[in-house]
Design a protein around this ligand. Structure first.
Ligand SMILES: Nc1ncnc2c1ncn2[C@@H]1O[C@H](COP(=O)(O)OP(=O)(O)OP(=O)(O)O)[C@@H](O)[C@H]1O
Ligand SMILES: [Mg+2]
Length: 348
C-alpha cells in the first residue's frame, strides 16, 4: 500500500520543534510533501537563522521516516526564512536610542493587570541568572511598579549629565518611580509621554547590555506607539491570561506591534494553571488551551505558561521576585525556561 499524505502528516506530528512541546506540523513548518513510488520528499521552512534548529528538525524528521517507512528513500529539505525586521526602508530612520544595548524587547499586553510587570521583572532577573547583562526599563509612566516589585527605595545618582541606573538582583533598572514621589499623581498627555519615555532612554547612563526589557503600560496607546516607533525594538512579547477577555486584548496587542513593524515573538500565558504546593498536582483553573489556539491562528508562538501562585503575589509585594525567593519552585522554573527561550529567539 502506498503512503498517503494524510498518514505522513500524522507521522510528522511526532516531531516536536526543538525546545517546545508542540510539533512541527502544528507550527506550520511543513510546506510541501511529495510521495512517489520509492521516495518521500519533505520541504520544511523555519523562520529565523538558527542553523542548529534546522539541523535538529532535519535529523528528527529523517529518524522518524526511517523508523516508519524504511522501504522508501527520504529527502528532507530544510530552508531558513528571515523573520520580519524593523523597516529600514523609510526615509527618516529612527534616532538611535540605546545604541549600546544589543537587544530590545517590549513586554506588553492589551489588557491591564494580566501580570506584565510581574513577568517582566522575573524574566529580567532570570536572564541575569542565566549570565546575560540585563536592563529593565519601567515604561509604565502612569503607574510604575518596578520600584515596589524589586524593593528599591533609593534614588538614582545624577552626575550632572546623566541619571545612573540602579542595580538589583543583577539587573540594571530605571523607573520614573525612582524620580517622582509615589504620592504625586502624574498626569501625562501625548507629547509629555513621548518626552518622558525618551528621557528614560537618553538621559540615563545605560551601561553596555545584552538585552533590555521594557515593562509597558497596559493598552495600545501613546506610550506603546512612542516606544515602538522611537526604539527599533527587536521584538515584543505579549502577556495574556487564559480567559477570553484577556486573549481578545492580547490579539489587539499582537496586531498593533505588527502594524508598526515590530516582530511579535509570541505570547506568554500567565496565571495559566495552579500547582498544589502540597501534592504537586496541576489544576487548570481557567479553561486551558485558548492561548495556544490563538497563537496558532495568529501565527505566533506560545512562549510558555506561568502557573498561578500566591507566592508570586507575595514576592511582588515584598520586593523579592519569585525567581530569587523560591528558585526551585515550578513558577521559577517556568520563568527561567521562558527567559531562555526569549533570549535564544531574539539573538538568532
Ligand atoms: N502567575 C501569577 N500568579 C499569581 N499572581 C500573579 C501572577 N502574575 C501576576 N500576579 C499578580 O497579579 C497582579 C497584577 O500583576 P502585575 O502588576 O504584574 O500586572 P500588570 O499587567 O503589570 O498590571 P498593569 O496593567 O496595572 O501594569 C499582582 O498582584 C501580581 O502579583
Ligand atoms: Mg504593570
Amino acid at each position: 500500500m502506498a503512503v498517503t499524505k494524510e498518514e505522513l502528516v500524522e507521522v510528522l506530528r511526532k516531531v516536536s520543534y526543538p525546545g517546545y512541546s508542540r510539533d512541527i506540523v502544528s507550527f506550520g513548518l511543513v510546506q510541501k510533501i511529495d510521495i512517489t513510488d520509492q521516495a518521500i520528499r519533505i520541504h520544511i521552512v523555519v523562520k529565523g537563522k538558527d542553523g542548529s534548529v534546522l539541523q535538529q528538525i532535519k535529523q528528527d524528521v529523517e529518524k522518524v521516516l526511517q523508523e516508519t517507512y524504511p522501504q522508501y528513500q527520504h529527502e528532507v529539505v530544510t530552508e531558513a526564512q528571515e523573520p520580519p525586521k524593523f523597516s529600514t526602508t523609510t526615509q527618516e530612520k529612527p534616532e538611535q536610542f540605546l545604541p549600546n544595548i544589543k537587544y530590545k524587547v517590549a513586554v506588553a499586553s492589551g489588557k491591564g493587570g494580566v501580570g506584565k510587570s510581574t513577568v517582566a521583572v522575573n524574566l529580567a532577573v532570570a536572564m541575569a541568572k542565566l549570565g546575560y547583562r540585563v536592563g529593565l526599563l519601567d515604561a509604565d509612566i502612569y503607574g510604575p511598579s518596578i520600584p515596589l516589585m524589586l524593593g528599591v527605595q533609593e534614588r538614582p545618582l545624577y552626575d550632572g549629565k546623566k541619571i545612573h541606573t540602579i542595580e538589583k538582583y543583577g539587573v540594571q533598572l530605571m523607573s520614573l518611580g525612582f524620580l517622582v514621589d509615589n504620592s504625586e499623581a502624574v498626569i501625562w498627555r501625548g507629547a509629555l509621554v513621548h518626552r518622558a519615555l525618551q528621557q528614560l532612554m537618553n538621559d540615563v547612563a545605560w551601561p553596555d547590555l545584552d538585552i533590555i526589557l521594557f515593562d509597558m503600560p497596559p493598552g495600545t496607546g501613546d506610550a506603546q506607539l512612542t516606544i515602538s516607533q522611537s526604539v527599533s525594538l527587536d521584538g515584543a512579547v505579549i502577556v495574556s491570561t487564559p480567559q477570553d477577555v484577556a486573549l481578545i486584548d492580547a490579539i489587539k496587542g499582537v496586531q498593533m506591534f505588527r502594524k508598526v513593524n515590530v516582530p511579535v515573538m509570541g505570547i506568554i500565558e500567565n496565571m495559566s494553571y495552579f500547582v498544589c504546593p502540597h501534592c504537586g498536582k496541576r489544576t487548570d483553573i481557567f479553561s486551558h488551551g485558548g492561548v495556544a489556539k490563538a497563537c496558532q491562528q495568529y501565527n505566533t508562538d506560545l512562549l510558555g505558561e506561568i502557573p498561578l501562585n500566591p507566592s508570586i503575589v507575595e514576592g511582588g509585594d515584598h520586593g523579592v521576585p519569585v525567581v530569587v525567593d523560591k528558585p526551585d519552585s515550578p513558577e521559577s522554573k517556568a520563568f527561567l525556561e521562558v527567559a531562555k527561550r526569549i533570549y535564544e529567539k531574539v539573538s538568532k
